[in-house]
Write a protein that binds this ligand. Structure first.
Ligand code: BDP
Length: 700
């Protein structure tokens, strides 16, 4: 872009951002930019700059007429291709854009400025190809309307969790020691990064709302407004995590009962003041009756009563409440099988379907437990056809290596988004979360009337120089945004884009070699991580508290959870209807039957659904116990290979030296940790089962 002559046509803050982005690129590469508001005619006939030279690139808002002739041609061609009935005024859509190459000019056309901004980043992604052969108008628009990152940042430093709960990339970019960091330049740069990934909403504080952050809603709202001000030019709306007890904590009321009139008035007045300060405020995120957070149960109300009270306060301003379904009794009792943690969200929420306001989004973790390396898709996603549902992913790698291990998560997310709860003929999870594929009319079976709630990710960003601690963990941030925009994209293709955008511009070495090496390291890294950690879907074999490294029985005898039930005879959790907790019954057919059946249950989830003897033979032909040994040995070998692959890039100029050194150190830690996992898991199961490894390998 920077070496081209560019015309930016339109007005408004986001169009200014596009103009500034192009100007910034030009300052580096010597192109030229002309930014003209609607009504200007100088560029119409010649589609050239002041010197009469033709433009190479034009960004134009469809309403910013009269448009340069080349743009009009592209617009007409786009309409012709869309066919009758769809050629109305706003066919491109809120955040969509049309890109074409015609008559030697690359044209980006949008109905709204946000679309132009996304078009700009698309041109950056295309690189030189954007200026090659003629290309007919291509229409791009996000599949999901809301693509949101939730920050688990604390305003105060939490005594146990630190500044960022489950953060592995340094401190918060927003807060330090109870106050705003004041580095608004960094917040602006973050907005730019997010927009380039396709994200359009964030929450700026943790879902566990402690003393100081509660005040962000009222007397400290200015701190939130300052952040919103920096993110607005990149089309990103700010949301706030709020405590359900706010009317008591902040308003001095004796109750937070959602049906109490004073409570409702308090929420209405408070919310009105929020919108006076931040007119484009997104809404609230609430974790209620979960892990010690207050909620409607205290008043004998249910989660629909709770969510609707906040939704009513937000509705006049177009705001939404993201109400999390992560509700379980963390004092579960295994004498009562129905207290299975996996069942809890469905047991609480499914029966409330139809009772939520249109501006309530139920935010569901992708699996029924808690972001483990392998879980089935949460049955809640398919259980609420009359409710808007958002799917929540964990971009921060709490249970997947904490940004010290290479673990590219897009393949996992892609499996989740592509899962079809009703089998082949039904919609995917992406559809249920609101995704509309290009060419689809907009309605799809199973999607809630108000549209789906979108995709939410728990952010993996901090104040680290590489943003994400592990430089390769940036790929997860990028992939989150891209999958929220286009859930059907191949994870390997997303990785390619990320490699091109991140390394190729600075690489002096062989870009193809770099690409091959990074693919070899990252494509399967999630499965590699799974292979040397918790096997076959059991999960939670982590050290309690911080959740890094192995501890097979760390949580096994706590009331918070029981996850593997290993004894001398076998392992796994019986969640069947026949003899277990009955969790399989929360799925519609065919999955209720597939998971119930020991014969049909997929290997990778076997121990999530069944308790089996160590000698049970998997579909793969191996026994459970031999599978555990084999995958743990192989996983460590694979990490050693990753380490060698990365070594081949040393000194090649393909990646900056400091970055190379950082990743090398992290790979050393990954290898150390993978060996620790292998040895503990293998030793544990060897002792429990007494069954030796058929290959006689050393198990300490
Ligand atoms: C768990 C985290 C905890 C979060 C919780 C949540 O360990 O820090 O508060 O999820 O989602 O995975 O609220």
């Amino acid at each position: 872009i920077g070496s081209r002559r560019t015309l930016v046509r339109g007005d408004g803050p986001l169009v200014d951002t596009v103009g500034e982005e192009v100007a910034r690129a030009c300052a580096r590469y010597g192109g030229g930019v002309r930014h003209s508001a609607p009504g200007g005619t100088g560029d119409r006939d010649t589609h050239g700059d002041r010197t009469g030279e033709p433009f190479d690139l034009v960004f134009a808002l469809s309403a910013a007429g009269p448009l340069p002739a080349v743009v009009e041609t592209v617009q007409a061609e786009f309409r012709r291709r869309r066919g009758p009935g769809e050629s109305g005024g706003r066919a491109i859509g809120d955040e969509g854009f049309v890109i074409a190459r015609h008559d030697g000019v690359t044209v980006v056309l949008a109905d709204e400025a946000a679309g132009l901004l996304h078009g700009l980043f698309h041109v950056v992604r295309l690189g030189e190809t954007a200026f090659g052969a003629a290309r007919p108008p291509e229409h791009h628009r996000p599949a999901m309307p809301r693509r949101m990152l939730d920050h688990w940042d604390h305003v105060d430093v939490h005594p146990v969790m630190g500044q960022v709960e489950r953060g592995y990339a340094g401190g918060s970019i927003f807060w330090r020691d109870g106050a705003p960091r004041g580095d608004l330049g960094r917040v602006r740069a973050y907005g730019r990064l997010l927009a380039a990934c396709g994200v359009n909403a964030i929450t700026v504080n943790n879902v566990n709302v402690h003393a100081t952050e509660a005040h962000l809603l009222t007397d400290r709202l200015g701190d939130v407004a300052a952040i919103a001000g920096e993110l607005r030019p990149y089309g990103i709306r700010v949301h706030l995590s709020v405590g359900f007890a706010s009317p008591v904590v902040l308003g001095g009321l004796p109750t937070a009962d959602p049906l109490d009139e004073d409570v409702r008035t308090w929420w209405a007045g408070t919310t009105e003041r929020v919108y006076e300060t931040i007119p484009d405020f997104g809404g609230y995120v609430v974790k209620a009756d979960s892990e010690g957070q207050p909620g409607p149960f205290a008043y004998g109300r249910d989660h629909a009563d709770g969510a609707n009270a906040l939704a009513d306060a937000l509705a006049p301003f177009g705001g939404v409440v993201h109400w999390r379904a992560f509700v379980y009794d963390h004092r579960q009792d295994w004498r009562d099988r129905s207290t299975d943690r996996a069942r809890a969200a469905y047991d609480h929420f499914a029966r409330l379907d139809g009772r939520f306001r249109d501006n309530v989004v139920i935010q569901v973790k992708h699996g029924p437990i808690d972001f483990q390396v392998r879980e089935p898709v949460s049955p809640v996603v398919a259980a609420m056809p009359a409710t808007r549902v958002a799917v929540e992913l964990q971009v921060t790698q709490e249970y997947t290596g904490q940004q010290r291990h290479v673990c590219y998560l897009a393949p996992m997310w892609s499996e989740v988004l592509g899962f079809r709860p009703w089998g082949h003929a039904g919609p995917t999870v992406a559809h249920l979360a609101g995704a509309v594929a290009d060419g689809e009319g907009g309605e799809h079976d199973g999607r809630a009337p108000g549209g789906g709630g979108g995709l939410v990710g728990v952010s993996n960003v901090g104040d680290d120089a590489y943003w994400t601690g592990h430089p390769l963990a940036q790929a997860n941030l990028y992939a989150f945004g891209r999958l929220a925009w286009a859930p059907w994209t191949d994870p390997a293709e997303i990785l390619d884009e990320w490699i091109d955008l991140t390394f190729v511009p600075v690489a002096t070495g062989d870009p193809e070699g770099l690409r091959r090496t990074l693919h070899a390291m990252m494509d399967d890294s999630w499965r590699t991580y799974e292979s040397y950690t918790a096997p076959l879907g059991v999960g939670f074999m982590v050290r309690p508290g911080h959740h890094y490294g192995p501890d097979v029985d760390g949580y096994e005898y706590t009331p918070w959870g029981t996850y593997h039930f290993a004894d001398r005879d076998g392992v796994g959790v019986d969640r069947t209807r026949a003899t277990g907790t009955g969790f399989t019954g929360q799925y519609p057919p065919p999955w209720s039957e597939v998971y119930e059946s020991l014969e049909r249950c997929p290997d990778e989830l076997l121990l999530f659904f069944h308790h089996v003897p160590y000698g049970h033979v998997l579909h793969s032909g191996s026994t459970v116990i031999q599978h555990i040994y084999d995958t743990h040995f192989a996983g460590v070998e694979r990490v050693a290979e990753l380490r060698s692959l990365w070594e081949t890039l040393a000194g090649t100029g393909s990646v900056p030296a400091a970055l190379h050194a950082r990743v090398t150190d992290l790979l050393d830690e990954q290898l150390r940790c993978a060996r620790e996992w292998r040895d503990q898991i293998n030793a544990y199961f060897l002792r429990k089962s007494g069954v030796p490894d058929v290959h006689g390998r050393r198990i300490p």
